[in-house]
Design a protein around this ligand. Structure first.
Ligand code: G6P
Length: 619
């Protein structure tokens, strides 16, 4: 949700900020804006509704000079997406500008207070309240910006990452965070002087420096041109900045010849998963080594229950994880929507293990869910992709996906990365608990090792879908069906289609179809059935019959060599045979391709679907 980028140093800030905004655009693209202080000491603001390219067009011919600046790409929460509500926001005297990511929950009360003190507002946003509050504190306490930010934030309820410029102090940049991520990059300019970068994540920073500091909650930082960086918390206690090295490469943030990030990320899956399992599968001994559980074996061996909290696509992978862990480890697993879990006073025991699954590691609801579980004494385990993310830092232990940055808003490689990581976790626990026979354990390890190659095969053998997808542009509804491990895959396939092509789709357990969705089936209705020659194959075949007799169109995912389901299908995708528990890793690939090509045929913006954002840091 929303992207922040900032710079102070010797270079021209505008090109750095615009490039950074392009990198952050996947977080929100309702409007964009930039603020700079030029050599004359003027505090400039430019804003535009829509994408960053609209902002670039709008500043043509205008003064965008200056070596200090902040910029923002917005995912609207308070106030519709228009130029007035776009960030940065000026304070009343126009001495300050501020960009913000997050939600100020008590902004109405704060605004009313400020209005009583003769402050006037231009926008409907909670962000403008923040900048006005800071200015009010500066004036009423006769203090500097840094102190005013501390005072202001003590009155704020909600989440924020903010960056502020002050016209009368053009040599300093102030920022703060609580609940929304903010990273400071520490670089060196051509003359060897220190320069600072700001980003809501590492993507706008990586091409300038790999040395970063992750700001913690309730910390405020001030950076100036002499290279000074000072961090304190809201209680004014000085903090020692922890410099860490980013583990990310610039080419991971480029499309690399693909038309869209989503397509690149779909095709990246075999290699991404090879990286994910590297060092974690020991094929000489047919063993699993997961460093995240080594020091915490007892927690997993003795726990009575595992609860997995997640949102969106991560919730689907969590469900597959549940099936795997219950089967392999004989531990009951509950999968919770983090947003529900956090608000319903759930029963959590100190011998529960609570796992958070999150690509970004920043999803506000998932973060709040584990904070609740922590208060109740549970052991917390994080499965995240983004290194150093809030969830990764808030958990006791965990495993990174290592599938590389995911930029496409619709999650693809993170989903398969999560599924395979949960399988690794299940195997590692099963080994400790001895809940699988040696033969079964070794066989599952061997088969897991082969999954990346089988994914590659799946990608290579399902290429014709781009043409066939065109026939679905007229569709209003799709139904996705699967049983067992493939029921979550059906939901994930439906979610992918909804997200990027705006066609309504539902994922259902195949047998449940009879209890409702079958009423929707007619000759207009495509039904995607995941029907591998495994598990409940015969039952799924019967479900297909039921749809066919109602003239529904069948698109199936079948095992290589299957002729029965192929013969019943209007279109089919083929996947290689694998164990039931690993079928989702292969079956989801054609569904990702299907949604991608239907969206392309409909002319939709695949990487930036309307109203969605990659990282949901607001509840
Ligand atoms: C958003 C994204 C989804 C993602 C969900 C959970 O809705 O668009 O792709 O699955 O958030 O995000 P997380 O980062 O916690 O996995």
């Amino acid at each position: 949700m929303c992207g922040i980028v900032g710079y102070i140093g010797e270079e021209q800030a505008y090109p750095i900020l615009i490039k950074g905004l392009h990198r952050l655009e996947y977080r929100g693209y309702d409007s964009a804006g930039v603020s700079l202080i030029n050599a004359k000491g003027e505090l400039l603001v430019y804003k535009a509704k829509g994408k960053v390219s609209a902002l670039e067009a709008s500043v043509e011919g205008k003064d965008v000079s200056g070596t200090i600046g902040i910029a923002h790409t917005r995912w609207a929460t308070h106030g519709e997406p228009n130029e007035t509500n776009a960030h940065p926001h000026y304070s009343q005297s126009k001495n300050l500008t501020l960009v913000h990511n997050g939600i100020i929950e008590n902004y109405k009360a704060l605004r009313a207070e400020l209005e009583k003190n003769n402050m006037t507002f231009c926008s409907e946003t909670d962000t403008e309240v923040l900048v006005q509050l800071v200015e009010y504190m500066m004036n009423s306490h006769h203090c500097d910006l840094y102190t005013a930010v501390q005072l202001a934030l003590k009155n704020v309820v909600g989440a924020y990452a903010i960056a502020i410029l002050e016209k009368s102090h053009p040599d300093q940049l102030v920022c703060a965070r609580k609940g929304s991520p903010l990273i400071i990059g520490v670089g060196k300019s051509a003359t060897g002087r220190k320069e600072f970068f700001l980003g809501s994540d590492a993507t706008p920073i990586i091409e300038h420096t790999k040395d970063v500091i992750y700001l913690n909650d309730e910390e405020i930082a001030i950076m100036d041109r002499t290279g000074r960086l000072e961090i304190t918390n809201l209680a004014n206690v000085k903090q020692t900045p922890q410099l860490v090295k980013l583990q990310m490469n610039l080419d991971e943030l480029e499309k690399g010849g693909y038309a869209h990030f989503m397509l690149k990320e779909i095709w990246e899956q075999p290699n991404a998963l090879r990286t994910c399992i590297r060092g974690r599968l020991n094929m000489a001994d047919k063993d699993v080594l997961l460093s995240g559980i080594i020091d915490h074996k007892d927690k997993f061996i003795n726990c009575k229950r595992i609860i997995i909290c997640a949102c969106g696509t991560s919730w689907h992978s969590a469900l597959i994880g549940k099936y795997f862990i219950e089967e392999a480890c004989q531990i009951p697993v509950e999968v919770e929507y983090a947003s529900e879990f956090r608000y319903r006073n759930p029963v959590i025991h100190s011998d529960d293990v609570v796992i958070a699954v999150s690509q970004s590691g920043e999803t506000a609801d998932t973060l709040a869910a584990i904070q609740l579980a922590k208060e109740k004494g549970a052991f917390l385990y994080g499965i995240c992709n983004v290194i150093g993310s809030s969830i990764a830092r808030a958990t006791h232990s965990g495993t990174y996906l290592h599938v590389g940055p995911e930029i496409g808003v619709a999650s693809t490689k993170a989903f398969t990365g999560q599924v395979i990581t949960l399988a690794l976790l299940g195997l590692a626990i099963a080994k400790e608990k001895k809940t699988l026979s040696d033969d079964m354990f070794h066989m599952l390890v061997e088969e897991l090792q082969m999954i990346p190659d089988k994914m590659q095969w799946t990608l290579e053998h399902n290429k014709g879908i781009d043409e066939y997808a065109k026939t679905f542009t007229y569709c209003k509804n799709f139904l996705y069906l699967g049983r067992g491990y493939n029921y979550p895959v059906a939901m994930e396939g439906a979610l992918k289609l909804k997200e990027i092509s705006y066609i309504h789709a539902e994922g259902y357990p195949a047998a449940e179809m009879k209890h409702g969705p079958i009423a929707l089936v007619d000759e207009e209705m495509p039904v995607v059935v995941i029907a591998p020659k495994r598990g409940n194959y015969d039952k799924v075949v019967s479900n297909i019959q039921e749809i066919k007799s109602r003239k529904g169109k069948i698109i199936s995912v079948v095992t290589e060599g299957d002729t029965v389901v192929k013969g019943m299908s209007d279109y089919y995708f083929t996947i290689p045979d694998t164990r039931d528990c690993y079928v989702p890793l292969l079956a989801v690939i054609p569904l990702q391709l299907l949604s991608y090509y239907v969206a392309i045929a409909k002319g939709c913006n695949v990487d930036q679907p309307r109203n969605l954002a990659k990282s949901v840091t607001v509840e």
